[in-house]
Design a binder for this molecule. Structure first.
Ligand code: FAD
Ligand code: SIN
Length: 578
């Protein structure tokens, strides 16, 4: 038995903690209260191939198409294959997915009479939901119930309002501890540099800190989503990958609050300021409002530019008051609080930063390139989502990867799990001219290894709020070299002026560097100066902190392609979580 520290209490952290605690002592550290992450806010649902007109192959095909050539096909196939079993495991833990009923517009029922929603770029309706649009809250609360049971058995220790601030490695390079500090009591506040540090010894550490949305002025993400895990892992020497790929959700209330894609899946349409549909007709994706998220988000941004920045309108009135209130009770409350009666009038919406496809480079068991360090959920980047995530695949990926990580830890002494190899250095920009979505995607270390340390401190103070504005302007829906290099120049000599900036500055530097390095448009990464997708750039670009990779690795020519799922070590089981 060993000691595993899990950082973060969303779906990914909770699942990996529960699985690991079957064997090990687990300490779960979380920055605010248990339910403060994105998981509890998830609306649309969770995708899996469980209906008669669907199959894992079809789900995999849709996921690869959305990923725009950068999804790792092996990882995608594993995700699609494991989906149904993991959903049944959620049911065993107490999650009740909605069933077809009078209020539901779901058509053919699945195995348990499940209703299903349609979201963008899915070729069939396959999104299961719970509580109408409260899927994440219901999953989170079932997992929290399982956590309580595990606590009662004595192997699970939960530390709320505790922030992880450093990962510690021993002389052998393996992770050996985590430094934590008390979180400030004010909601959304971040600990300062003077907070008292406590060191928690660990045989293995799982980073499950969620996404990066707070880097942007406009985001769907909760205040805890400041990309801490990515920066903690980078600081400890783990490779980061794909940080240029940030998904913007098309339909967010201007004052904040998501209006799920499932609403468009049920038939809501987008209108310009004059009340006309603008996503139909020549020159538009034939899927109109249900085209992939990046396509719809960019079209909305273009329309907003044409109408002097005014938001576009989402018209859901045709769905009828009954469906809107019963199928979408959470959104009903949000739009009413924003002053709209959406049963009678269209609602103003704009795009906002929503999901990080990039993160710490991992395999499907969450292993990073540092021994003993795992990353699961939105913090990790398995290659499943590629350049653009398919809607409702993130809860599923967090569940599948969190499960496999917990099982890998439980299967071996926690201190024995091997790390992923660090990818080989890229010696040339152009790697592969292959546009076959089912072909493996190489992962290479960026030639930008000589780039400055993203954790350095310069002389010009910048606040977190300022960084959020600058990231929105320069690293948003549309990017170009001149805007991004201006930002990079500013960031080069910046130092954090407050606790939020201490979190966001390294993330902003890494994101800007990744976005500048990718000189093409692909999926969610759209550059006005490089509008085409370049087949030769079909490779995933990874970064490590300067000095964290030994020089012999840089000259080594052993190509390490996309990470392989460590299934042999962690065969998924149907055994219920204790
Ligand atoms: P989270 O659930 O975000 O949890 C992160 C945890 O880490 C939190 O507990 C946080 O407090 C903690 N933490 C962060 N930093 C630290 C630190 N330094 N120390 C200690 N703890 C820390 N996906 C879908 O598949 N379907 C959907 O319908 C859907 N809807 C969404 C709606 C909204 C509004 C949002 C924001 C996202 C949605 N997503 C959806 C995406 C999905 O919810 C997330 O990707 C997923 O929940 C991430 O889970 P996670 O466990 O990785 O992280
Ligand atoms: C939504 O409900 O529109 C969000 C779903 C997701 O992010 O996967």
């Amino acid at each position: 038995m060993g000691h595993v520290v899990v950082i973060g209490s969303g779906i990914a952290g909770l699942i990996s903690a529960l699985r690991a605690a079957r064997v090990h002592d687990v300490t779960l550290v979380t920055k605010a209260e248990l339910t403060a992450g994105s998981t509890a806010w998830a609306q649309g649902g969770i995708a899996a191939a469980v209906f008669a007109d669907d199959s894992p192959e079809l789900h995999a095909r849709d996921t690869l198409a959305a990923g725009a050539g950068l999804s790792d096909p092996e990882a995608v196939r594993l995700l699609a294959r494991e989906g149904a079993a993991r959903l049944h495991d959620l049911v065993a833990l107490g999650v009740e997915f909605d069933r077809v009923s009078g209020a539901s517009t779901g058509s053919a029922a699945g195995p348990l009479g499940w209703a299903r929603g349609l979201e963008a770029a899915h070729s069939v309706a396959r999104v299961l939901h719970a509580g109408g649009d409260a899927t994440g809250r219901i999953i989170e609360s079932a997992l929290a119930g399982a956590l309580d049971a595990a606590r009662a058995q004595g192997r699970m220790h939960v530390r709320e309002h505790t922030t992880a601030v450093a990962i510690v490695r021993g002389g052998d390079g393996r992770v050996c501890a985590v430094d934590v500090v008390p979180s400030p009591t004010a909601a959304g506040a971040h600990p300062g540099a003077d907070a008292p540090v406590e060191r928690l010894a660990a045989d293995a550490v799982v980073l499950a800190t969620g996404g990066n949305g707070q880097l942007y002025r406009h985001t769907t993400n909760p205040p805890v989503a400041t990309g801490d895990g990515v920066v903690l892992g980078y600081a400890a020497g783990a490779a980061v990958v794909d940080l240029e790929f940030v998904q913007f959700h098309p339909t967010v209330l201007p004052g904040g609050g998501l209006v799920s894609e499932a609403v468009r899946g049920e038939g809501a349409v987008l209108l310009d300021a004059a009340g006309r549909r603008f996503l139909t007709g020549a020159g538009h994706d034939p899927r109109a409002e249900l085209a992939p998220r990046d396509v719809v988000a960019r079209a909305i941004a273009a329309q907003m530019r044409e109408q002097s920045g005014a938001p576009v309108l989402l018209d859901a009135t045709a769905l009828g008051a009954g469906v809107l209130r019963e199928r979408f009770p959470t959104i009903d409350r949000l739009v009413r609080a924003a002053g709209f009666d959406w049963t009678r009038e269209p609602v103003a919406v704009t795009p906002a930063a929503h999901y990080a496809m990039g993160g710490l480079l991992t395999d499907m068991s969450g292993r990073t390139t540092v021994a003993g360090l795992f990353a699961v959920g939105e913090t990790g980047s398995t290659g499943v989502h590629g350049a653009n995530r398919l809607a409702s695949n993130s809860l599923l990926e967090a569940l599948v990867v969190g499960w496999l990580a917990g099982d890998l830890l439980a299967a071996a002494p926690a201190a024995a799990a091997p790390s992923l190899p660090t990818p080989a250095l890229s010696t040339t920009q152009d790697q592969r001219g292959d546009d076959d979505l089912t072909a493996a995607v190489p992962t290479r270390l960026s030639g930008g290894l000589e780039a400055a340390d993203a954790l350095r401190n310069g002389t010009i103070p910048v606040t977190g709020d300022y960084l959020r504005d600058r990231a929105w302007d320069a690293l948003g829906l549309l990017r170009d070299e001149s805007t991004m290099s201006e930002l990079a120049r500013e960031l080069a000599d910046a130092r954090p002026a407050d606790a939020l900036a201490a979190r966001l500055l390294p993330l902003a530097r890494l994101t800007a560097e990744a976005a500048r390095a990718r000189r093409e448009s692909r999926g969610a990464h759209a550059r006005t100066d490089y509008p085409a997708t370049e087949p030769a750039l079909r490779w995933r670009r990874a970064w490590v902190r300067p000095g964290s990779v030994s020089p012999e690795l840089l000259t080594r020519d052993a190509a390490v392609d996309a990470p392989e799922p460590a299934l042999a070590a962690a065969a998924p089981t149907r055994e219920a979580t204790r």
